[in-house]
Design a protein. Sequence first.
Length: 134
Amino acid sequence: MSVEANKQLVRRFYETIEKEDYEALKEFAHKDFVFYPQIDTPFYGAEGLAESEKKNFEAFPGFKMPIQAIMGEDDQVAVYLIFEGTHTGIPFRGVPATGKKVRFSLMMMLRIADGKIIEKRSHVDVNDILRQLK
C-alpha cells in the first residue's frame, strides 16, 4: 500500500473507534496484530485490539478524538490526537465514574502490513488523565 493509503486506513480506524464500533474495529487488525500500551502488557489479535480500546473508552461514552496531525513513511503512520470526554461510564484505572470532563493528547505509531494494522504503539500520560478525574 502507498503511504497515502496507509494514512487513509488509519483515519478510518480512528473514526471507527470514535463511533465505538468495536466489532467493526476488528476488521482493521492483521492476523498478527499486537498493541503495546505505554505501560501495560501487549494485547494480541483482533480480540485484543477490541478489548483494549473498549476498556478505556467505555469509561467516556460519547467521547471525541479528532486527529490533529498524521504523518506516514513506508509502512508506518504516526498520529497525534486530542481526546475529550466525560467520565460517566465504567471505572477508568480503578476510578469510579466521576462525571468530570477530561482532555488529553495521545501519540500513536501504527505499522501496516497487507492492508491491515499489524502493530500499534500508544504514548499517553495516564497520570494526567487521573489528575483530571480527582
